[in-house]
Design a protein around this ligand. Structure first.
Ligand SMILES: Cc1cc2nc3c(=O)[nH]c(=O)nc-3n(C[C@H](O)[C@H](O)[C@H](O)COP(=O)(O)OP(=O)(O)OC[C@H]3O[C@@H](n4cnc5c(N)ncnc54)[C@H](O)[C@@H]3O)c2cc1C
Length: 473
């Protein structure tokens, strides 16, 4: 019987299973190996707070590209939303927990359809610690020593934890007052409000962490330090489509020309009292193509000079959350610094962090009770302590993209490219691992498309294999 193994049971693993089941043309087994105890939701859609919101409006969060209203239709059938205005709900930022329930419903439907289509779905609650792939056969070694074998495999294990801060006292990472995992409820629990909390990073995870701290009753000072200290922007101009820049971009547009064009259009919209966000949003359908057309030199320039600006413009937050953050800053509870942390030392529970404050141009020392790492996922596999992908990289089964943002893969089929530069046929990856190849590859809007493409590719590879077997027998 055909066996397909998926490593990771978050959004990606769930949707891959759904499409594999839908495509099934005969008996097969889908083996979903998931390390975490929670299935379907991953970190994003099983948050510790009910208040954490999606950062995309409901009408754009369908799990199915061919059925764009699927999520909104599902929402409108929930008791809580019955009778409410569809247009308003479709433009709302709904709780991420609710999205998790949606994914669980999709999973239940997938299991039901699997029975009809003669597909056995096996969930293994374990971590893959090593992989080998040779002659169309994939071996996945689990942490209990067992091996799972399959003909096809998909690496869908999502983001890694943030990398530890590069500081002189590197052993600080062992402290019980340091939280490398900002998505764990414990990072914001059991705090004494008399001492400040230090958040390293100033992106969307920092925003969640601030909200999480407040929800836990923390009333002390919150200090966020990041290299650029950019202000997070709110979502504005919902629905305004600005297509003029897109019309002027071609496959030969260089990064320099792109920035120049962007600045021209920014001036144009500013003249109407608008911000540049609709221009950034308009680029979304082309972002992957633009990225793939850049030279490696241009990609490096982008990473060094524009990445943070892009991040601020792209990753915005709902207006009410933005207002709350601004109020916290006005009230003097939240302080956002632009700076570089040089060291963090702990002595009998007292933590001192040292950083260079870019604005004041001086070294600053602060006393805090806890450090929460919100710097975003580590992408360089070699920097991870232990990980099956690091092992696979060292064995040459996979390679990293030049910028070490993820795993090297064919941009059309998402099959891995090994250290020799050849395609590992039948072994795929999805989502955040494709960041180096596609740049934009972490949100639902990209992953839902990739899940369909991978399931279709497996279906056609397998059909070819069967046809070849029949012809040669
Ligand atoms: C906090 C947060 C909020 C987000 N909000 C939005 C949003 O509002 N809208 C949007 O479009 N996108 C959002 N995203 C992007 C999000 O990454 C994707 O939408 C999606 O959740 C990614 O799913 P995934 O399955 O690829 O990864 P994950 O959700 O991380 O799931 C990976 C799974 O793999 C398992 N795993 C890991 N390693 C192993 C191993 N070795 N063996 C077996 N299993 C393993 C994990 O336990 C986990 O269950 C958000 C992301 C985060 C982190």
């Amino acid at each position: 019987m055909l066996k397909i193994a998926i490593i990771g049971g978050g959004f990606s693993g769930t949707l891959l299973s759904t499409h594999l089941v839908r495509n099934a043309a005969g008996p097969m087994e889908v083996i979903l190996i998931n390390e975490s105890d929670v299935l379907n939701t991953g970190i994003a859609y099983d948050p510790y707070s009910e208040k954490f919101l999606l950062n995309v409006i409901a009408s754009r969060m369908s799990a199915f590209p061919a059925d764009p209203d699927h999520f909104l239709n599902w929402v409108m059938l929930r008791d809580h939303f019955k009778g409410k205005e569809r247009e308003l709900i479709g433009n709302s930022y709904l709780p991420r927990k609710l999205y998790g329930e949606y994914l669980k419903d999709i999973w239940e439907e997938t299991l039901r359809q699997a029975k009809e289509n003669q597909v056995a779905v096996r969930v293994i609650n374990s971590a893959v610690v090593d992989i080998s792939h040779a002659n169309d056969s994939l071996d996945l070694i689990l942490n209990d020593g067992k091996t799972v074998q399959a003909e096809y495999g998909i690496i869908a294990s999502g983001n890694h934890l943030p990398g530890n801060p590069q500081i002189k006292s590197s052993f600080f990472k062992e402290s019980s007052n340091y939280f490398q995992n900002p998505w764990d409820r414990r990072s914001v629990s059991d705090l004494n409000s008399n001492k400040p909390v230090l958040i390293i990073g100033n992106g969307l995870t920092m925003v969640d962490t601030v909200m999480g701290l407040l929800e836990q009753g923390f009333s002390g000072q919150i200090i966020s330090i990041s290299p650029n200290g950019f202000n997070i922007l709110p979502h504005r101009h919902n629905g305004l489509a600005y297509t003029k820049l897109l019309e002027e971009i071609s496959s030969g547009t260089s990064l320099y020309q792109l920035v120049k064009l962007f600045n021209i259009h920014k001036k144009l919209v500013r003249a109407y009292g608008l911000s540049a966000e609709p221009i950034i949003d308009s680029l979304r359908p082309l972002t992957q193509k633009i990225w793939m057309n850049l030279t490696i030199r241009e990609k490096r320039v982008f990473m060094a000079r524009l990445r943070h600006l892009w991040g601020v413009a792209r990753h915005r937050i709902p207006l009410n959350i933005h207002d709350k953050l601004q109020q916290l800053r006005i009230d003097g509870q939240l302080h956002i610094y632009s700076g570089k942390i040089s060291d963090i030392v702990e002595c009998q529970g007292d933590i001192t962090a040292m950083f260079f404050d870019k604005k004041q141009q001086r070294e600053v020392q602060i006393q805090v009770s806890r450090v929460i790492n919100c710097t975003g996922p580590e992408t360089d596999l070699l920097k991870l302590e232990t990980n099956y992908l690091k092992n696979a990289l060292l064995k040459g089964v996979l390679s990293q993209d030049e910028l070490k943002l993820g795993i090297n893969a064919d941009p059309n089929t998402f099959e891995l490219i090994n250290e020799k530069g050849s395609i590992e046929s039948g072994l795929f990856t999805i989502g955040s691992n494709l960041k180096g190849v596609l740049w934009e590859s972490t949100a639902v809007s990209e992953i839902r498309v990739q899940a369909v493409q991978i399931a279709n590719r497996i279906h056609s590879l397998n059909t070819q294999k069967l046809a070849f077997k029949i012809l040669s027998s």
